[in-house]
Design a protein around this ligand. Structure first.
Ligand SMILES: *Cc1c(COP(=O)(O)O)cnc(C)c1O
Length: 360
């Protein structure tokens, strides 16, 4: 039995609604990045190390999977179906943990510019045993219809457990409400000062939505600087507002009496200018942020998500906006090495995704 989560201590009634499969090592550590704060002339900087969220494969998706995979099990599903871009960290993490729990994973993946990390994540999914399908557009169909399109028969007459892209269903958001309450406890315990601003990458928006709700519940005044790293049609203030409302409805009155969507939304500042021209583009600012963090912290950033949040932080430091205030960088990328988790001999690569491996 792992220690009870702050979310369940605060709302005991939720424990029955939110089954949990413990995968994470919580709380994740906070790290003083004083050298970087000094170098860029700001009051203080800490990092929340969700890159170390679990012993074998970390990052922000594992917190969400604790609830999502447990829900699939509680509903006696044998398969899960998820979506994302070809290099999706979520699809890879779902395959890694789902298959270990005996849940067979189907991933429907959208085209993405090939790169080493895209290949690594595809390899991780294939090594785990996931079935990977190539999709041209985001499916808005029902699960059964998607399977028919794929011409794939149902296994055991039960439809797979459907997980939206990035795991940003209410259960996934709840995982980040818990994460904000966890941070509040670390502040309370004196491990770090309360941050004025929290910098985090925004993709499917579940992480930001959960943090915003959790900060209001914790009575913390911190603002979330949500750095958009996907196209606007996937992440916007409007979309965030809808996700906040949907999650609060799902959580029910026990939580919704204490926080509403407008209060949570008011905690979030969406930043658009670090996206670049397409998903996954490593812009000059992204590359510079990776280098600066590598030089003065122990953090290893990725170019699609975390380094874009880092670039926003560095830009705000540079403009003088952060002044003497305390900031927090929420590290969302998996820092555990993948090499040992990947099959070393011939993977059976489905034809549709072979182009990602061309020349390897
Ligand atoms: C998915 C992801 C995010 C964004 O989280 P969302 O909840 O989808 O907004 C940030 N960083 C990394 C490394 C991710 O894989």
């Amino acid at each position: 039995m792992t220690a009870e989560l702050p979310l369940f201590r605060r709302f005991p009634g939720l424990a029955g609604r939110l089954p949990r499969q413990p995968l994470c090592d919580l709380p994740t550590p906070v790290e003083d990045c004083g050298a970087l704060a000094d170098a860029v002339g700001i009051g203080g900087l800490h990092a929340k190390r969700d890159d170390l969220s679990a012993p074998l494969y970390g990052g922000n998706k594992v917190r969400k999977l604790e609830f999502l995979l447990a829900d699939a099990q509680a509903r006696h599903r044998r398969e899960v179906l998820t979506f994302g871009f070809a290099g999706s960290n979520f699809a890879a993490a779902t395959a890694f943990y789902g298959e270990r729990l005996g849940l067979h994973c189907l991933s429907m993946l959208l085209p993405q510019v090939p790169s080493d990390y895209v290949r690594s994540n595809l390899s991780l999914g294939l090594t785990a045993g996931a079935e990977i399908f190539h999709a041209e557009t985001v499916p808005r169909l029902a699960c059964r219809a998607v399977l028919e399109t794929l011409k794939r028969p149902l296994t055991g007459r039960r439809v797979p457990y459907w997980i939206p892209a990035g795991g940003s269903a209410p259960q996934g958001v709840a995982a980040y409400i818990n994460a904000a309450l966890e941070l509040a406890e670390q502040v309370e315990a004196g491990l770090l000062p309360a941050p004025h601003r929290i910098y985090v990458a925004m993709g499917s928006m579940g992480t930001v939505a959960g943090l915003a709700i959790g900060l209001v519940l914790a009575g913390m005044a911190s603002q979330v600087v949500a750095v958009r790293v996907v196209e606007k049609r996937f992440a916007s203030a409007q979309g965030l507002s809808e996700l906040l409302q949907r999650t609060l409805r799902w959580l029910g009155p026990e939580v919704a009496q204490q926080v509403n969507a407008a209060q949570a939304l008011a905690r979030v500042e969406v930043r658009e200018e670090f996206f670049g021209s397409h998903y996954g583009e490593v812009t000059a600012k992204t590359a510079a942020a990776m280098e600066q963090f590598a030089g003065s912290t122990s953090l290893r950033l990725d170019g699609t998500y975390s380094a874009k949040a880092a670039a926003a932080l560095l830009a705000d430091a540079d403009s003088g906006r952060l002044g003497e205030q305390e900031s927090l960088f929420w590290h969302t990328f998996n820092a555990r090495p993948l090499e040992g988790l990947l099959s070393t001999h011939g993977l059976d690569i489905p034809p549709a995704i072979r182009p990602y491996f061309a020349g390897c």
